[in-house]
Design a protein around this ligand. Structure first.
Ligand code: ZN
Length: 299
């Protein structure tokens, strides 16, 4: 029978098969249909084949992944798939507290671009005030990204979230304390997720979602709630691919003096000029340069 991995518990795998949830084992040597991927370990969202061995279900094979959101695992430096087969990613940041980090957002956006996953920027807790985020959000709108403004507290933007989530598999990503779980709980009352509260004293979000989990939504569709991410290492990519992930930089690149300009040291670089003129956000350029530096040393 076929199913979808909804959670991993050490050696055991929770699989949705039709309307039922089963806890099954996994064969040590899985058969990867279409060839083994970069990170050949079962993850949430994988479509699997389960066989019955005596009374015990065992995952024996994995279908090719439609999409896989990859990152460099903190510590080990190996490729890690956050989730398989998601259609879109909602990147949730708080308007003020915890302070949103455009550098982290840029990394998410690059990983989504590489994976072919539509990325939506969701600014939550706008009841905290949007003056600060509105200083850097226009750069993202200009680059063609969708930006949603919302508040789980006032209910603003929740209708839009529900429309976007219906019938699709959506990955929720964001730093802890950004209010991902509250957004889901408020949009879908009765849909229970553990919600952490930010300690007023430290401003640090308490770590609550311990691992990625796939959950069915009341009106069709699934969400993958991921642990609050502090850092995001972009997995290897070609430098030209990186430029494609920054549409605002790509647009300027055509006017650089040299074809194939890396926008780091070449003379006559329109991208660096645009940063100086204030036409390109310095934080976008910093993200581009730091990801380029990080990935080019390894390819
Ligand atoms: Zn250039």
């Amino acid at each position: 029978m076929e199913g979808t991995v909804i959670a991993m518990h050490g050696a055991l795998v929770r699989v949705q098969v039709g309307d039922e949830t089963r806890v099954v084992a996994s064969r040590r040597r899985l058969s990867w249909e279409g060839g083994a991927p970069a990170a050949p370990r079962l993850v949430v969202g994988d479509a699997v084949v389960v066989e019955m061995r005596r009374d015990q279900g065992v995952v024996v094979a994995v279908q090719p992944r439609r999409t896989s959101l990859l990152r460099r695992a903190p510590g080990s430096g190996r490729a890690q798939v956050l989730a398989a087969n998601v259609d879109q990613a909602l990147l949730v940041f708080a308007a003020r507290q915890p302070e949103p980090k455009p550098g982290l957002l840029d990394r998410f956006l690059v990983a989504c671009h590489v994976a072919g996953i539509e990325a939506v920027i969701a600014i939550n807790k706008i009841d905290q005030g949007i003056d600060q985020v509105e200083q850097w959000l226009p750069a993202y709108r200009r680059a063609g990204h969708t930006v949603l403004l919302m508040s789980a507290r006032t209910g603003r933007g929740l209708g839009e979230i529900k429309r976007r989530l219906a019938g699709r598999t959506t990955l929720f990503c964001g730093p802890s304390g950004s209010g991902k779980s509250s957004l889901l709980n408020t949009a879908y009352p009765g849909f229970r997720l553990k919600v952490g509260t930010i300690s007023e004293a430290t401003g640090k979000g308490r770590h609550v979602t311990s691992r990625a989990e796939l959950m069915p939504l009341p009106y069709g569709g699934f969400v993958v709630d991921t642990p609050g991410l502090k850092e995001f290492g972009v997995w290897d990519l070609d430098p030209s691919e990186l430029e494609r992930a920054f549409p605002d930089i790509r647009e300027l690149a055509g006017s650089c003096r040299f074809a194939g300009c890396s926008h780091v040291h070449e003379p006559g670089c329109e991208v660096r000029q645009a940063v100086e003129d204030g036409a390109l956000a310095a934080s976008r350029y910093r993200s581009y340069a730091s990801i380029l530096d990080e990935t080019s040393g390894r390819t």
